[in-house]
Design a protein around this ligand. Structure first.
Ligand SMILES: C[S@@+](CC[C@H](N)C(=O)[O-])C[C@H]1O[C@@H](n2cnc3c(N)ncnc32)[C@H](O)[C@@H]1O
Length: 396
């Protein structure tokens, strides 16, 4: 069995479990591709009762079974963007004939069981829904839309699958379709033969939290959280983002790990202003922010526990030739302020070559390489590199 088949079967199995248990739900959460394992790490911290049989991951998504009574706890998850309740997942027998395959979606829309998922969705989103005597909840006021998402080869497009599926839902419940002003968004995922249907719980992606003043390279809050979690922050840690742009990493750090001491800075006037404005927009947040040069930081030697930063990529910020020099200098400066054998450092960059060059060419090597994550962000494929400070004593 290949990976795709294994994943499809695993999702199907998780769904079967929730289908046979009125108290259980299968939740699907989206995450930037590459961070799925980090999202699972957070899940296991926040839902400590879960074990390896209760979740699985696929590119850009994690799936987990939870008790309906626990559902509001998903609001505590910071690594993922959107949540939905899975109301169907199975492998279907597509035959590569457009009409026949589209009929499969019509049959599915006629038979799929909505009541459990819809009543939980209605409670969670505070959107009342009129349940009639039978399993029906017909309404001409309740609007819906279907979003089709498809990968691998099929004889139909995502739009065609969504419109055939949606047409029957409309006939069945009389709900009008509205692409913009809808109450319910139904997701139709088609991954090779697997079809998953889910009711979306989030109206707005969680990555939009925190930031009021955006810059050209503002990171998503969920990505910031994932970078921070990789550095394993502990209460009392001194955490630094030396190239903070508009402050998205330190702000997420202050909100997610409030028992840490956070410093950040940038050398660009506009970025410093944005950080100030973003911090002012959030009440009761403590981040020490500075105008500084990351190659010459105002910290004593051996004084910082964690460094998490998003380096100039050389595309929207910085240039590849500047980066060669900058990366060499900051690795030494970060080595100076870091505590031997203690400091964890997580760097995000699209300029892999400059980072590799700096890693190999620096005469003094203060950093041991750890995990590497190839992620996908806004059309780019940057690398997340985790490091641990080694025992070498800093010498100027
Ligand atoms: C990729 S951006 C960081 C974006 C940030 N994470 C955000 O979400 O807004 C890199 C930042 O490094 C800053 N920078 C470049 N060289 C620097 C240096 N020598 N010292 C301090 N900051 C520097 C740039 O001004 C830019 O704001």
């Amino acid at each position: 069995m290949d990976n795709l088949e294994l994943t499809n079967n695993r999702i199907k199995k998780l769904f079967e479990r929730t289908k046979n248990n009125q108290n259980l739900l299968l939740i699907e959460a989206t995450v930037d591709t590459g961070f799925e394992k980090v999202a699972i790490e957070e899940l296991l911290i926040k839902f400590s009762e879960l074990n390896e049989n209760d979740y699985c991951l696929s590119p850009g998504r994690i799936y987990f079974c939870i008790e309906i009574l626990e559902l509001t706890k998903i609001n505590n998850l910071r690594s993922v963007d959107n949540f939905s309740i899975v109301i169907y997942s199975d492998n279907l027998n597509f035959v590569s004939d457009k009409d026949e395959d589209l009929n499969i979606f019509k049959d599915l829309a006629n038979t799929i069981e909505f009541s459990k998922g819809l009543s939980v969705w209605s409670n969670f989103t505070d959107c009342p829904i009129q349940f009639n005597d039978s399993d029906s909840f017909t309404s001409t006021e309740f609007k819906f839309r279907i979003t089709g998402i498809r990968s691998y080869k099929h004889a139909f497009t995502s739009m065609e699958a969504a419109s055939h599926f949606g047409g029957v839902i409309n006939d069945r419940f009389l709900w009008p379709v509205s692409m913009v002003e809808f109450h319910l968004e139904i997701l139709l995922y088609i991954v090779a033969d697997r079809v998953t249907v889910a009711l979306k719980l989030t109206r707005r992606s969680n990555h939009r939290r925190n930031i009021a003043f955006f810059g050209p390279t503002t990171l998503r809050a969920t990505v910031c959280y994932n970078l921070l979690l990789l550095a394993k922050p502990k209460p009392g840690d001194v955490i630094v983002d030396p190239l903070c742009g508009g402050g998205s990493i330190p702000i997420e750090c202050a909100l997610a790990f409030p028992e840490t001491v956070i410093f950040c800075g940038d050398n660009h006037e506009r970025a410093i202003e944005r950080t100030c404005n973003n911090l002012e927009a959030i009440p009761n947040i403590l981040v020490h922010h500075f105008a500084w040069d990351a190659t010459n930081l105002p910290f004593k030697d051996n004084s910082v526990d964690v460094i998490v930063t998003d380096l100039p990529f050389g595309k929207r910020s910085g240039s590849f030739s500047d980066n060669r020099v900058l990366y060499m200098k900051i690795l030494i400066e970060f080595g100076r302020i870091a505590k031997p054998n203690v400091t964890r450092m997580v760097l995000l960059t699209n300029d892999r070559r400059s980072l590799l060059n700096a890693m190999n060419k620096n005469k003094k090597q203060y950093w041991n390489k750890g995990q590497l994550l190839a992620v996908k962000l806004g059309g780019l494929k940057p690398l997340v590199s985790c490091f641990k400070r080694n025992k070498l004593i800093y010498e100027p």
